[in-house]
Design a protein around this ligand. Structure first.
Ligand code: COA
Ligand code: AMP
Length: 630
């Protein structure tokens, strides 16, 4: 039996033993006597009697062990021209003092802190300082508009907001502080204070209740780590659901720390002192798990890159980084590789750099299409490893476990179920399908440590959203199949979540904005294929009777309101006026059918289509792939 099979079986047959052994790699204030608590099933908790502090594990324990001089963070920002390294000792100093700042503003165990910051080390400092106090952070991605930030403020009810004065995109500098102010105006909950990290590129005007980060930290006293229960929340990360308000995915402290430590070694083959670069953003789950927590908990060096894969300054930016910092593994979304491939198809820039430190390229966040996989494999000459997971799980569900037992790669598959995840494929009735047959991908409960225990303040919504469709199983929302070798293939979402450039978005919330246009009678927003971003949203609208508007004006107005209400990251650029939308007899828009056509999977079309003519008219618009635009 190979190491993978042995580990998988042990996690399945004796999860108590498996996870208590894994837990030994974490520093506890009280080591847990028990791994799994099923007393509230289907709500499961891990390490119920364990006590620890996540920040201690990510920072202080490495300093105590004599590794204070090791780089904790390498920050490289081509958009500002700044490069900076932060050692573990320096990180401990900054984090403990910023924890003192937060405590001085009344933040204590269990309180929430919303963080709205770009890719700068201070974002990590704010996260860890919150964790140090046993408080709960909620990082909001900078590409979201004030209304989205306001919805998160209302749900999390933070005591304090920590923001930067601005974010820097290659084509513009975005003043963050006015966005925060607008969000606070829109929200019902009002935080008591806002701390602003002033960036020289665009300092913000401060008002009553605002504090300057630098002034506060200069006078701050370091704060010690506060011990919390393993089951206490570490963070809330909001993610797009099917409709309505975003879902506040909760991450606990103990299960998360164990899963981070276990996965970085076993999946990504990264250990203490290695240099790991997840080219994502702290606002997404990849950023939480693999920019911040996993590398720091393990005692590796993490890389923060404030830039884009192309144009900062060219498509060689990633390779320059790898050479300069001797990076051992790179993790990014396939979109980033597609962007590079488009500019440097022959790999001329790749060949100019010394990439000998790089052991593997990890890909996640969206489907890794075979073209991109083959291109990257050919030009980088290292294993290109797909791994599949989601905000809810926090770490890979399916992967090729490079540290445990590397396996042959099959293009289009993230390989096998990771130990702890019992992955199955079922049909609409919840019956298991045969190998190679497509269906809904589900995970048998309980899921392993580190996965979401619930949604913030709403156990019932958690149960209704994920656990009700197939009893005893967590519904991933993804469709796919498992082949006869046990390889998992993830083929696309079964709901209205789409992945645009690796960014998870809800077409339902976009539809709500499109439908609010005064001339729109009804609409559907569908993710259509895009050569760069994988998917992009396209809006199909039926105008009200007698409405008279130039389609390009309508498009401009709708695009603008999406940017205003959801944010630039939604990337809705195309609005198509159609005569009618395909519907069922009872008048429901056939969104699933439209999605199936857009995904190129017409077999999913039900037999009850009433108006074939309407569907025929719309089909070419759903199938057309956007040509490569600069
Ligand atoms: N703050 C404010 N605005 C942001 C932002 C942020 N943090 N991130 C993106 N935006 C804006 C962009 O400026 C852009 O605005 P525009 O329409 O005015 O140009 C819009 O949101 C869409 O951004 P994006 O989808 O990133 O497109 P892009 O054209 O700027 O860049 C890529 C294209 C491929 C280079 C880029 O999407 C990329 O690097 N993708 C990798 C994805 C990734 O890391 N995902 C994380 C999950 S693993
Ligand atoms: P997020 O919660 O933002 O990480 O997005 C999770 C969703 O992205 C999943 O449910 C999938 O639809 C998609 N996804 C992530 N990784 C992969 C992958 N490796 N292959 C296919 N789809 C993926």
């Amino acid at each position: 039996m190979g190491s993978y099979e042995a580990a998988y079986r042990l996690a399945e047959t004796d999860p108590e033993y498996f996870w208590l052994v894994a837990a030994r790699a974490i520093s506890w204030d009280a080591f847990p006597k028990k791994a799994l608590d099923s007393s509230q099933a289907p709500l499961y908790r891990w390490f119920p009697d364990g006590e620890l502090n996540t920040c201690f594990n990510a920072v202080d324990r490495h300093v105590r062990a004599g590794h204070g001089d090791r780089d904790a963070i390498i920050y490289d920002s081509p958009v500002t021209g700044v490069k900076r390294k932060v050692s573990y000792t320096q990180l401990q100093d900054q984090v403990s003092r910023f924890a003192g700042v937060l405590a001085g503003l009344g933040v204590s165990k269990g309180d929430r802190v919303v963080i709205y910051m770009p890719m700068i080390p201070e974002a990590v400092v704010a996260m860890l300082a919150t964790a140090r106090l046993g408080a709960v952070h909620s990082v909001v991605f900078g590409g979201f508009a004030p209304a989205e930030l306001a919805a998160r403020i209302d749900d999390a009810a933070p005591k304090v907001i920590v923001a930067a004065s601005c974010g820097i995109e290659p084509n513009r500098t975005i003043a963050y502080k006015p966005l925060v102010d607008e969000a606070i105006t829109l929200s019902h909950h009002k935080p008591t204070a806002t701390i602003v990290f002033q960036r020289p590129e665009l300092p913000a005007e401060l008002h009553d209740g605002d504090h300057d980060w630098s002034v506060l930290i200069e006078n701050a006293h370091p704060h010690e780590c506060v011990s919390v229960n393993a089951t206490d929340p570490l963070y809330i990360l909001y993610t797009s659901g099917t409709t309505g308000k975003p879902k506040g995915v909760v991450r606990d402290n103990g299960g998360h720390a164990v899963a981070m430590q276990w996965s970085l070694g076993n999946v990504y083959d990264i250990g203490p002192g290695d240099v790991f670069w997840a080219a994502s953003d702290v606002g997404w789950v990849v950023g939480h798990s693999y920019i911040v927590y996993a590398p720091l908990i393990v005692g590796a060096t993490t890389v923060m890159f404030e830039g884009k894969p192309v144009g900062t300054p060219d498509a060689g930016a990633f390779w320059r980084m790898i050479e300069e910092y001797k990076i051992n593994a790179l993790f990014c979304a396939p979109t980033a590789i597609r962007a590079i491939k488009r500019e440097d198809h022959e790999g001329v820039l790749i060949a100019q750099y010394d990439l000998s430190s790089l052991k593997a390229l990890f890909q996640a966040g969206e489907r890794l299409d075979p073209d991109t996989y083959f291109w990257a494999t050919e030009h980088l000459k290292i294993p290109v490893i797909d791994n599949w997971w989601q905000t809810e799980t926090g770490w890979p569900i399916a992967a090729n476990l490079r540290g445990l037992e590397p396996m042959p790669i099959k293009a289009g598959s993230p390989t096998v179920a990771v130990p702890g995840y019992n992955v199955q494929v079922v049909d609409g009735e919840g019956l298991h399908v045969a190998a190679g047959v497509e269906g809904s991908i589900v995970i048998k409960l309980p899921m392993p440590p580190g996965t979401l225990p619930t949604l913030w303040g709403d156990d019932q919504r958690y149960i209704d959203s994920y656990l009700m469709t197939f009893e005893g199983y967590y519904t991933t929302g993804d469709g796919g199949m498992i082949d006869e070798d046990g390889y998992v293939f993830v083929l696309g979402r079964t709901d209205d979540v789409i992945n645009v450039a690796g960014h998870r978005l809800s077409t339902g919330s976009m539809e709500a904005v499109v439908a609010s246009h005064p001339l729109v009678a009804e609409c559907a927003v569908i993710g259509v294929q895009d050569q760069l971003k994988g998917q992009i949203p396209r809006a199909f609208v039926v105008l009200k009777a007698g409405a008279d508007i130039d389609p390009s004006v309508l498009e401009r107005e709708i695009v603008q309101s999406i940017r205003q209400e959801i944010g630039a990251v939604a990337a809705l650029k195309e609005v198509v006026v159609v005569q009618a939308l395909p519907k069922t007899r009872s008048g429901k828009i056939l969104r699933r059918t439209m999605r199936a056509i857009a995904d190129g999977r017409p077999e999913a079309i039900p037999g009850t289509i009433e108006d074939v003519r309407v569907l025929d008219a719309i089909t070419p618009l759903l199938k057309s792939v956007k040509s490569e635009t600069p």
